[in-house]
Design a protein around this ligand. Structure first.
Ligand code: AHR
Ligand code: AHR
Ligand code: AHR
Length: 481
């Protein structure tokens, strides 16, 4: 059985079921998600390898070979058509065209399930999915449940990495108009024990970790690599539960009455579905989503415990974030451009500006050092890399406003993540393309000989599709110095 078969047996059927990694019903054979590639704008759908099985990641890899792919639709497996698509503008406008949020890269969250490769949905700040024209989800004070499997190591303190029930207008229509799972270390509204991240309930104008606004010490900091999260609610009763999605059982972090603050009892749920954003399209948060559902009715703890056992049996494990020619930690490297007319240029820096410069064996020692980089274990994720300046130890290439800068490591989580990059096989068939870990739609790109993290066809000038594959591909060799 799949998670939704279990919810059905418990009398609380799924009314929305979303996953890019696997079927959530044992008989499901339809499309799990749709992707769109950068080379020609073509789309395709990815389905399970077999009924009830794991997504056909190889089909995605073939379709996306030598280009970029975005996740355009996350289909609803429940049959109700509650698909998630690019979130529209609301209280806040997104960064993409016409105020829409960005779409996620199709390769930002590689995993294996029982050894079979699949991809999750890696939400960078600015990214979001939504459905405001839903069927069958809870409205008003009606009962519902939801779970989501997330990456407990990928979060931030911005508003709001959510999955669940929100406003149909994409605007803040008042307390109690949402009921969604939140994950992260935002401290504006609620907190739990320790410094976070926490699973909380986004009930609109408040992230709740328990009965009262503010701190509820029974809600623990949780950072399992694969994290099971649950929020459920019915008249004057709601709960937060969570656990390790790779082993063991769920714990109940809160179960009891609705908050006494005005507007949350009874609830005024509207039934739209959000992923990666807040109810009003706040889009500053980050996180990773693998699978999740919403139910009709308040699931019993026993039903949820069976769903947790099903998730554990799916055997989520981390996948490889890198491909192509390997890098050696501790070595000094040079990175040569592959764009025709620019192939004598290497990634270098002038002060804090990262650029390309023509470098040869007879260049000055100063220039050779400026064009040489020490490979370090990724500051923000040890499965990827950071690049330390040979002439300015302690300073690393990082992105800032999507430009690349050479900055001193200030020790912050933000810096570490901005300075972490995942090399993959070069998009033009040579060497490596170097993907931002935290914004996996973006790659090291030279544009007018200045370095950016660019997306293929994004809103900035440096995102131009012309020459994209060549501009993001680098031949990596031994450093000059
Ligand atoms: O409740 C927290 C956030 O507050 C909601 O997600 C958003 O709509 C509002 O800004
Ligand atoms: O480069 C994008 C973002 O810009 C970085 O993550 C952040 O440090 C800056 O605001
Ligand atoms: O960086 C040099 C060139 O500038 C790039 O190849 C091109 O895309 C841009 O015009």
């Amino acid at each position: 059985a799949g998670p939704c078969d279990i919810y059905s047996s418990g009398g609380t059927p799924c009314v929305a079921a979303h996953s890019t990694t696997r079927a959530l019903y044992s008989s499901f054979t339809g499309a799990l998600y749709q992707i769109k590639r950068g080379s020609d704008g073509a789309t395709t759908t990815i389905s399970p390898l077999s009924a009830g099985g794991v997504a056909n990641a190889a089909a995605q890899d073939t379709f996306c070979a030598n280009t970029t792919c975005l996740i355009t639709i996350i289909y609803d497996q429940s049959g109700r058509g509650n698909h998630l698509t690019q979130a529209p503008p609301g209280g806040f406008s997104g960064p993409d065209t016409n105020g829409y949020d960005n779409l996620a890269s199709a390769i930002g969250a590689p995993v294996t399930l029982n050894g079979q490769k699949a991809y999750g949905v890696f939400i960078s700040p600015g990214t979001g999915y939504r459905n405001n024209a839903v069927s069958g989800t809870a409205t008003g004070d009606a009962a519902e449940g939801m779970y989501a499997v997330l990456d407990g190591t990928h979060y931030n303190d911005a508003c709001c990495f959510d999955y669940g029930n929100a406003e149909t207008s994409s605007t803040d229509t008042g307390n109690g108009h949402m009921e969604a799972i939140y994950f992260g270390d935002n401290t504006v509204w609620g907190t739990g024990a320790g410094s976070g991240p926490w699973v909380m309930a986004d009930l609109e104008n408040g992230l709740f970790s328990g009965l009262s606004s503010g701190n509820n010490a029974a809600d623990p900091s949780v950072s399992y690599r694969f994290l099971s999260t649950i929020v459920k609610g019915e008249p004057n009763q709601w709960a937060i539960r969570g656990g390790n999605a790779a082993s063991g059982s769920l714990s109940t972090y809160y179960s009891g009455a609705r908050p006494s603050a005005s507007g949350y009892n009874p609830m005024s749920k509207e039934g739209a579905i959000i992923l990666g954003i807040g109810g009003d399209n706040s889009h500053g948060a980050q996180g990773t989503f693998y699978e999740g559902v919403m139910t009709s009715g308040y699931p019993s703890d026993a039903t949820e415990n069976s769903v947790q056992a099903n998730i554990v049996a799916a055997k989520y494990a981390a996948g490889s974030l890198t491909s192509g020619p390997a890098l050696t930690v501790g070595s000094s490297i040079s990175l040569r451009a592959t764009t025709s007319g620019y192939t004598t240029r290497y990634i270098a820096h002038t002060g804090s500006t990262v650029n390309t410069q023509v470098v040869t064996s007879s260049s000055s020692t100063t220039l050779k050092q400026q064009a040489s980089w020490t490979v370090r274990t990724g500051l923000g994720n040890s499965a990827c890399y950071s690049f330390e300046s040979v002439d300015t130890p302690g300073s690393y290439i990082r992105h800032y406003n999507f430009g690349l800068l050479l900055n001193a490591n200030d020790g912050t989580k933000q810096f570490h993540e901005d300075a972490t990059f995942c090399p993959q096989s070069g998009l033009n068939g040579q060497g490596n393309s170097i993907r931002s870990w935290s914004y996996p739609t973006r790659y090291f790109r030279h544009y007018n000989n200045i370095l950016y993290v660019a997306s293929n066809g994004g809103v900035d000038t440096f995102d131009a599709t012309a020459s994209f594959n060549a501009d993001v591909t680098w031949v990596i060799s031994t450093g000059f110095a």
